[in-house]
Design a protein around this ligand. Structure first.
Ligand code: FAD
Length: 486
């Protein structure tokens, strides 16, 4: 079959790799001049930065894409497991190191926060059980297909419904099951991994910490950009055709069937069309569907990112660092209720020069400083970013006992509006719809169109969700659906 993939984000690239394996002729159309979508790269003189994801979990899912073509993924990209997942800091000088070694992690939690070892062990084991049940039933299969649910896995999941803690928020579960305000804040933070609020997302989301604590966090030898770069190299080797600087204007639909795409006033015929473009943009722009109403209120958070070239090193910091807000609840209220920023936000500092060579000059560091931000609804980002910059500099100074302003030698800022423009993401949301609400995971858009035959969706805005691993899972679902459609 001739298959068009619109967009070369991680979902589009992995779909192309899977479909080429099935012998199809795959053409990828990308409006930018390069592949990777949100996994972009920025260079500021001698400093380089990944502009999107910084945390790599479940890299075996990427490896599988190479292995299915008989290729050794290590010939394309390499990664190492981190001993430290993240370093956490509070204004009152409390700190916590999240070690990848479970015993070390638990010892740290017991000695710093006096949490009970048994409570943490129970919490981890319950999260694992949730993941094992959901993984089989949900993550690699289409939603809204009856066949997904007619099996023993559904019965098993239903028998364990209480285990999922659906009717409590993640914050309530963390308070009840673990306790201690610092530890709860560490565990609450996982809600942000899919752009949600720990006070609104259900307790089932303890599975996100399981993905990190069980599968580990990893660092690519040459940075995150190496992931789409390697996938692109593989695509080229297996015959996938790429068309850059080609913005698709519409998906052609005839008699309720997708028959191709249009771009530059030309119509191109295809047997199947896969959209890797944000699903809301796909409906609004590519299908010109006036009846489609995006769930604007429930979109996931966006981000304000400061890319700073720093002219010195900080020995106490690691690859991933968090400086926590003193009022976490208020911070999420601001993001999801008033679409504004907290005066004391949580600051994420990602420093790839800690683990990767040649991304900053000798003795210097490349800081990716990210603040969770509301979706873009037309706020005055220039004004907000200036106030935020002042606030975060003060907080960093308080925590590290320095004047960071004196050490910033390069700077670029991305606002939610920039993210929206650069990657064509609806309102600049990082992960499509958030998981705020009990049934939100079941409400994500499915990977196929109910009303238009031969039209499929992959990537972070559709089932099973955002983030690199889930985008890759979406490509498996799409490729299985296409196989079954014949
Ligand atoms: P996208 O990356 O959204 O790409 C879509 C592609 O479609 C783009 O290349 C775009 O140019 C192209 N396109 C759009 N419209 C058209 C058109 N009309 N014609 C042709 N092409 C078009 N995930 C993690 O796993 N870990 C993290 O630490 C993490 N942190 C993040 C931090 C930030 C700042 C951001 C932005 C995201 C982060 N994510 C993280 C989320 C992750 O990046 C996304 O879930 C994932 O990359 C989305 O991939 P996708 O397949 O949906 O495609």
């Amino acid at each position: 079959m001739r298959i068009a993939v619109i967009g070369s984000g991680i979902g589009g690239l992995s779909s192309a790799i899977r479909l080429a394996k099935k012998g199809h002729s795959v053409s990828v159309y990308e409006r930018n001049d390069t592949y990777g979508g949100k996994l972009g790269q920025l260079k500021l003189n001698k400093y380089s930065f990944d502009t999107g994801p910084s945390l790599l979990t479940m890299p075996h899912l990427i490896d599988e894409l190479f292995q299915m073509h008989g290729e050794n993924p290590r010939d394309y990209f390499n990664y190492r497991k981190k001993d430290i997942h993240c370093k956490y800091f509070w204004d009152d000088k409390t700190n916590f190191t999240a070690f990848s070694d479970k015993n070390k992690y638990i010892n740290e939690a017991v000695s710093k926060f006096y949490v009970e070892k048994d409570s943490l062990l129970k919490y981890f084991s319950r999260s694992k059980k949730k993941y094992d049940l959901i993984n089989e039933l949900f993550l690699f299969k289409p939603i809204n297909k009856i066949s997904t649910y007619l099996n023993f896995d559904t019965v098993k999941a239903l028998l364990n419904l209480k285990l999922f803690q659906l009717f409590s928020s993640l914050d309530q579960v963390n308070n009840n099951d673990v306790g201690n305000q610092y530890m709860v804040q560490v565990l609450n933070r996982y809600a942000t991994y899919n752009g949600s609020s720990p006070y609104l997302t259900p307790g089932i989301m303890t599975i996100i910490q399981h993905l990190e604590n069980h599968f580990g966090t990893h660092v690519c030898d040459e940075g995150m950009r190496q992931i789409p770069a390697s996938m692109y190299d593989l695509c080229r080797k297996i015959g996938v055709k790429f068309h850059f600087n080609k913005r698709v204007d519409s998906i052609i639909v005839k008699n309720k069937e997708a028959t191709g795409i249009t771009l530059e006033n030309k119509s191109l015929k295809f047997d199947k069309v896969i959209s890797n473009v944000d699903v809301n943009i796909t409906y609004k722009k590519l299908l010109n569907d006036k009846t489609y109403l995006p769930n604007k209120k429930n979109m996931s958070s966006s981000a304000l990112i400061f890319f700073w070239g720093i002219n010195r090193e900080f020995k106490d910091l690691d690859l991933h660092n968090i400086l926590f807000s003193n009022d976490y609840k208020e911070e999420f209220k601001n993001i999801f209720e008033s679409n504004s920023l907290s005066a004391d936000p949580t600051i994420y500092i990602n420093i790839t020069s800690k683990d990767i060579k040649n991304v900053s000059p000798q003795g210097c560091e490349n800081w990716f400083v990210m603040i969770n931000a509301p979706k873009d609804i037309g706020q005055d980002w220039d004004k907000l970013k200036n106030t935020l910059r002042k606030n975060i500099i003060e907080k960093i100074n308080r925590n590290l006992g320095i004047n960071i302003q004196d050490h910033i030698v390069e700077e670029r800022v991305f606002t939610p509006k920039d993210i929206s423009i650069n990657t064509n993401s609806y309102l600049g949301s990082l992960y499509g719809e958030s998981s705020n609400g009990i049934f939100s995971p079941l409400k994500r858009h499915q990977n196929f169109s109910r009303s238009i035959k031969n039209l499929y969706f992959c990537g972070g805005t559709v089932h099973p969700g955002g983030g690199i691993p889930l985008c890759i899972m979406s490509s498996k679902i799409v490729s299985d659906l296409i196989e079954k459609s014949n």
